[in-house]
Design a protein around this ligand. Structure first.
Ligand SMILES: Cc1cc2nc3c(=O)[nH]c(=O)nc-3n(C[C@H](O)[C@H](O)[C@H](O)COP(=O)(O)OP(=O)(O)OC[C@H]3O[C@@H](n4cnc5c(N)ncnc54)[C@H](O)[C@@H]3O)c2cc1C
Length: 394
């Protein structure tokens, strides 16, 4: 995309982050969802970064979007997770796999903040292997009725619509294939939801679960064709993983900035701690993780962009999938190490929610779990090196 458009977007993201920071800090200390995130994102016009301008968005390419998410990631994994839910795994599958009528109904409203989105794949008994899901659908007249529970869903108890996945009821063998739906969440009797509070970080993000009990979904809300749900879920996860990788890059950048600043001002044993070589080692290792993650995220974003521009090219899609998995694995582990080292540099103060590094440490651990665990990313890479017949799971 044009350099000036990219700069405009990143300037708006910067302004959003600066305005959000003091509010985010208070919400974090009070352990509550930051409901000002969508409001301020709307104010700074960043709720539809990847959405084409004709639907009200900014038309950002994958590289611009990942830079935006890296900047947002500096404000915390919770804030970035809202954007992943709304855009990377919410708007993205509608844009990528939906039809014009679905775009018109959902995208402009989501850009205006009138439709918060979520992605409902995981279930209590189906995480790393989503094919073990038990949610079902059946058709009745001009609607589908969905039944099942979705668990650990970002934006899950605040979403107005969820991209959700289900098997056809009563089908077996080849006819038993997952389908994807855009599910409006209105209807207290048929869509029962709950916020999940028992988590050791990411307090300012919403994590929820919901149960659908004969929940009606109009037939026109089928996403893609019947039976294409698994393909849609996997394609969407590539977008989601890139957002996690970019957000983790932001976490590393923030940990580095905080640790460098603290090393320059805190003195012990008669000198600034930055002059102790063992403290310098922490900074050097954080910087190594930052540089590696930066390169891998950029490479992954470029591969994703090429794949988005050539939708029928399976080779480009596979390349993007792999490069994004590498970036996600590397950046999430580097961010975890960066937060750990930054806390060490801060000493006792670091192990506190009052300091940014302590908050990053609590929050960023989940990035090695959601959107595909470390183990699943490694198995993906292993199979890519060895060949399909070596796939460790089917
Ligand atoms: C805060 C948060 C937000 C989330 N947001 C969303 C969301 O928006 N939408 C959504 O659909 N989901 C979401 N998730 C769910 C997340 O994607 C899953 O937690 C994740 O995929 C892992 O699934 P699981 O928790 O069931 O763990 P399991 O799949 O039960 O895995 C447990 C352990 O076994 C390992 N394991 C599993 N299979 C294998 C294998 N074949 N080989 C080696 N090791 C294996 C795993 O790597 C892991 O270490 C979220 C989770 C969290 C915590």
């Amino acid at each position: 995309m044009k350099a000036d458009l990219r700069q405009d977007i990143l300037a708006d993201v910067e302004a959003f982050c600066e305005e959000l920071r003091p509010i985010e800090e208070i919400c974090y200390l009070e352990h509550r969802y930051n409901e000002d995130v969508p409001r301020l994102a709307l104010k700074h016009n960043i709720l539809g970064l990847i959405i084409p301008p004709e639907y009200g968005g900014r038309g950002a390419d994958a590289l611009t979007y990942s830079r935006a998410l890296a900047r947002i990631g500096r404000e915390g994994t919770g804030v970035r997770t809202f954007f992943s839910g709304q855009t990377s795994i919410g708007q993205y599958p509608i844009l990528r796999y939906g039809n014009r009528e679905q775009w018109q109904r959902y995208l402009p409203r989501s850009v205006r903040g009138e439709c918060i989105l979520a992605f409902g794949l995981t279930e209590p008994e189906a995480g790393s292997n989503p094919l073990e899901m038990t949610t079902t659908y059946r058709r009745e007249g001009d609607k589908f009725l969905l039944n099942g529970v979705k668990y650990l869903i970002s934006n899950g108890s605040i979403a107005d619509a969820v991209v959700a996945f289900a098997y056809p009821e009563g089908k077996t063998g080849k006819d038993r294939r997952v389908s994807a739906f855009i599910v409006d969440t209105a209807g207290e009797q048929t869509f029962v939801r709950e916020e999940l509070h028992s988590k050791p970080g990411m307090f300012t993000a919403n994590t929820g679960m919901f149960e659908m009990i004969n929940h009606p979904v109009p037939v026109e809300n089928l996403l893609g064709n019947e039976g294409e749900g698994f393909k849609i879920a996997m394609g969407t996860l590539v977008s989601g993983r890139l957002s996690v990788a970019a957000g983790c890059l932001g976490v590393i950048e923030d940990c580095l900035a905080e640790a460098v600043e603290y090393s320059r001002t805190r003195a012990q044993h008669g000198k600034l701690i930055g002059k102790h070589q063992l403290v310098q080692e922490h900074l050097a290792m954080i910087e190594m993780g930052r540089a590696t993650s930066d390169a891998l995220v950029e490479r992954a974003a470029e591969a994703k962009q090429r794949a988005d521009e050539n939708r029928d090219d399976a080779r480009l899609a596979a390349e993007a999938d792999l490069k994004v998995a590498q970036a996600k694995f590397c950046a999430s582990n580097a961010a975890w190490e960066a937060a750990d080292r930054a806390v060490q540099v801060f000493g006792g103060r670091g192990w506190s929610e009052l300091y940014r590094v302590g908050r990053h440490l609590q929050d960023v651990r989940v990035c090695r779990i959601y959107e595909g665990t470390d183990e699943i990313m490694k198995l993906k890479l292993g199979a890519a090196l060895l060949g399909k017949e070596f796939e460790a799971f089917k």
